[in-house]
Write a protein that binds this ligand. Structure first.
Ligand SMILES: C[S@@+](CC[C@H](N)C(=O)[O-])C[C@H]1O[C@@H](n2cnc3c(N)ncnc32)[C@H](O)[C@@H]1O
Length: 543
């Protein structure tokens, strides 16, 4: 291991908390005096690239409290190098997916730092000898980076820096390892690091994630597979986070049902008569009821529908999206089978409506009611299951995240690189590509990578048990609406929840096998992300 000096400063150092913005990366770790320490590469001032501004220095875990996400990234790197010869799965925050309608998932690999291992010149294992002799360093060839040392930290101009090795007593300097910092960590260092303990840091990371998860009621974390934790570089949110260029109507401006709907209509469930409810103006027409009620209008409607023409359906009977609430509250309201199959947008009532809070057209807006667990899968990173049985049509939760413009989405995709997964979900249900009126480039995109809810951990399956639906509380806003997951079949408690990221129509088994075999044979596909959904209808690859 590198230098023995000066572990005695550990207590003094512990008062400092290091700022993430001062760190380029964490390079290496070791166990020292029973605690795990990390070798940090500092962001150096280009004008003073050498000490006293430290380039590299060792830090106790307690000093890295604000940088645990960087420690986590480092540990993922170590694990990836450990298992580089094994089959790896893309996992956690470092991967991506994309969801839904037209925007294709792009993705990719992870944020594991790639290194030019061929250039690894010095290793800590043998550096003790070399470290005492600058000439040893020279024999490694190449240009020399500043020395690596256990600097004594001091505070200066609001940042933590280390004193130059030259300021150490002569005797102590002898013990300081000197290596070329530009080529770290070497493969041997990584190998050594892979053997050093990580229990304390893993526990600290786990505790930090549980803190992040605490405000998310009814969601637990479970890992029976390994010691990892979902990315700390993630914020749980309970609503969309609107970014530049995305504007939402004020809820006061939503158009509600105000003319005939009343809280005490029919069975005291609010909107009772579908042809009167203004919120259902664009909802699916109940064709059988229309035929019964007005055969002439029905014929006109059917003709217009067959010709693909727009027709004003206000005043026609519509299909309610949800089953009626039961007195027995243990029976949830469910999405009707018509909507479940046809995937037509669901329009819920809003707070400007006169129907009141008990109205049966209010389900998604009341939020998640089912308890979920984010759990580690064997080969698909983190996934989600529900702790209770779900009925077909039961609402699970919405997909949340930052809502961004198409231009911003392009910028993020470019920035994240060719193989970077995106976690994008396009709000393009009403785009011209889907017979709507919004130009595709004007559609917003939900990016759930760094902000979102538990549904962001739901994995893909080519034969899913859940589906995503468009749910709007504001029938006139075609750009901003909710993406809601509903159970597509009865799902037993503890079964992983999945949906089809590509939202493809059902593919027959033979066709899926044909596609899979074709994809596997194509050498172009060697860099693609393999789908591990394990279903008979698996199409082979995610992207
Ligand atoms: C939206 S995330 C789902 C949560 C993710 N598993 C995690 O650990 O954060 C999508 C990523 O999960 C992984 N994934 C999802 N479904 C998968 C599948 N069927 N097979 C393999 N990997 C899958 C892929 O790495 C994908 O990029």
């Amino acid at each position: 291991m590198p230098a023995k000096y000066p572990t005695s400063t550990a207590n003094k150092r512990a008062v400092y908390t290091i700022r993430p913005k001062d760190i380029v990366e964490i390079l290496y770790h070791r166990k020292c005096d029973e605690s795990e320490e990390f070798l940090v590469r500092w962001r150096t001032n280009p004008i003073y690239p050498r000490p006293p501004r430290a380039v590299l220095s060792w830090h106790a875990l307690s000093e890295l409290d604000d940088c645990l996400h960087l420690v986590q990234l480092y540990l993922e790197n170590i694990n990836a190098s450990k298992s580089s010869n094994e089959t790896t799965t893309t996992d956690g925050p470092t991967e991506t997916s994309s969801l839904s309608y037209s925007r294709k998932r792009k993705l990719s690999g992870d944020q594991v730092l790639s290194r030019d291992t061929a250039n690894g010149l010095l290793t800590p294992a043998n550096s003790a000898d070399r470290s005492r002799s600058p000439s040893a360093e020279r024999t490694t060839g190449g240009s020399f980076g500043p020395r690596v040392y256990n600097g004594i930290l001091q505070r200066k101009e609001g940042r933590v820096i280390a004193k130059s090795v030259k300021k150490l007593p002569e005797a102590a300097r002898e013990d300081v390892v000197t290596i070329n910092s530009t080529t770290l960590p070497t493969p041997t260092m990584l190998l050594d690091a892979s053997k050093a303990p990580t229990k304390q840091s893993e526990l600290a990371i786990r505790m930090r994630f549980l803190e992040l998860l605490k405000p998310v009621k009814g969601v637990q974390l479970q890992n029976l597979v390994d010691t990892t934790t979902p990315s700390l570089n993630f914020t749980f949110v309970d609503d969309y986070v609107l970014r530049d260029g995305v504007d939402a109507q004020e809820p006061e401006a939503y158009e509600g049902c105000v003319k005939k709907c009343k809280p005490n209509m029919g069975q005291n469930m609010g909107c009772e008569y579908t042809q009167w409810c203004e919120c259902l103006e664009y909802a699916a027409v109940d064709e059988r009821a229309l035929e019964r009620k007005d055969p002439k209008l029905h014929a006109t409607y059917m003709q217009a529908k067959a010709a693909g023409e727009d027709i004003d359906t206000m005043g026609m009977p519509k299909r309610f999206p949800y089953s009626a609430p039961k007195d027995n509250r243990s029976v949830p309201q469910t999405l009707g089978s018509y909507y479940l199959e046809k995937r037509e947008p669901v329009y819920e009532c809003n707070h400007n409506c006169k129907c009141g809070p008990r109205c049966k057209s209010r389900v998604v807006q009341k939020g998640r009611k089912v308890p979920l667990t984010i759990f580690k899968t064997e080969n698909r990173g983190w996934g989600v299951y529900c702790n209770e049985d779900l009925m077909a049509g039961e609402f699970i939760d919405t997909y949340l995240g930052e809502v961004i413009t198409d231009t911003e989405a392009d910028r993020r995709e470019t920035e994240s690189g060719k193989m970077k997964n995106s976690y994008f979900f396009s709000l393009d249900k009403f785009s011209t590509e889907h017979d709507g009126e919004i130009e595709p480039e004007d559609c917003f995109i939900v990016d759930g990578q760094y902000m979102g809810g538990p549904t962001r951990f739901i994995n893909h399956s080519c034969e899913p048990n859940c589906k995503q639906y468009v749910v709007s509380f504001n029938k006139n806003d075609f750009k901003l609406y909710n993406l809601a997951f509903f159970a597509y079949e009865n799902i037993r408690a503890g079964t992983e929840l999945t949906f089809d990221y590509f939202d493809l129509d059902e593919v027959e088994e033979d066709e899926a096998i044909r596609r899979r075999e074709e994809a596997e044979k194509d050498p172009e596909n060697k860099d693609k992300v393999r789908c591990n959904c394990g279903t008979v209808k698996c199409r082979g690859f995610l992207w």
